[in-house]
Design a protein around this ligand. Sequence first.
Ligand code: 3PG
Length: 306
Amino acid sequence: MKVLVATEKPFAAAAVKGIKDIVEAAGHEFALLEKYTSEDELKAAAADADAMIVRSDKVTAGVLEAASRLKIVVRAGAGYDNLDLPACTARKVVAMNTPGQNSNAVAELAIAMMIFMSRGQFTPATGTEIMGRRLGIQAFGNVGRLVGAKAEALGMSVMAIDPFIPAEKIREAGAEPASDLKELYSSCDFVSVHIPATPETIGSIGYELITSMPKGATLVNTARKEVIDEAGLEKALEDRPDLKYVTDVAPSNIESLKEKFGTRVFATSKKMGAQTAEANINAGLAAARQIVDYFATGCTRFQLNR
Ligand code: 3PG
């Protein structure tokens, strides 16, 4: 079987080598497409692939049609909004992710972003400390829980909410459960967003929630830019000159935000939350093992389109 690693944003070299070793040790062929610049390039490389490992690369119905031999695609990472799952199902392609494997990298970035913004983006102006502040975590999954534990160790108090996790589980993990989003946003100095991009969540964080945050608060988004209502955010930052926004990755109105709000806003130009050697190795090798296991035993653990 031919296993293609197709990553517009390449993995660390050690991760690529690890994936190649796993694939070849199982008797499969390894192929690599990195830094491609068009969907056509991806389609051409995928044409004879039996399996594919991707990151945020868009696996559209068109790509799946071109990849006529494809049996399995693994998103090396958590969020799978880049995979067209109905199209995978229609073509009998098994789609998987590797939950938890890159969570620590994203959690570290969320903490770093809070400190970066509290210190005026590392300008000499007098900043503030995060110790003693309250952090709200929106979605208490793999990343959210790690952010909570790290924040607690730094002396913050942590509140969290998750529609799929009961309040007692949140409490057991050391955080105070919020009764609703309004409570989370209105009572936390920082809110760290960890929700996936789904039809229900896209554009769901807007003017009302953001302006309910207390004086001097910062919204931290290491999830997906799409979950923010960008016009609502811009208006909130206009009406509340004390609020800040930091995000991985840049919203479409970033130029306007930077011009209007200067150091109250910061955005990475390319999504970098999971861009560490460790996260690449954890997620990349897990993806390779999932593919090898699927071909060897039919194991469908982590399948998303059942
Ligand atoms: C994820 O969902 O796993 C992260 O957003 C990482 O995405 P990336 O692989 O494109 O860095």
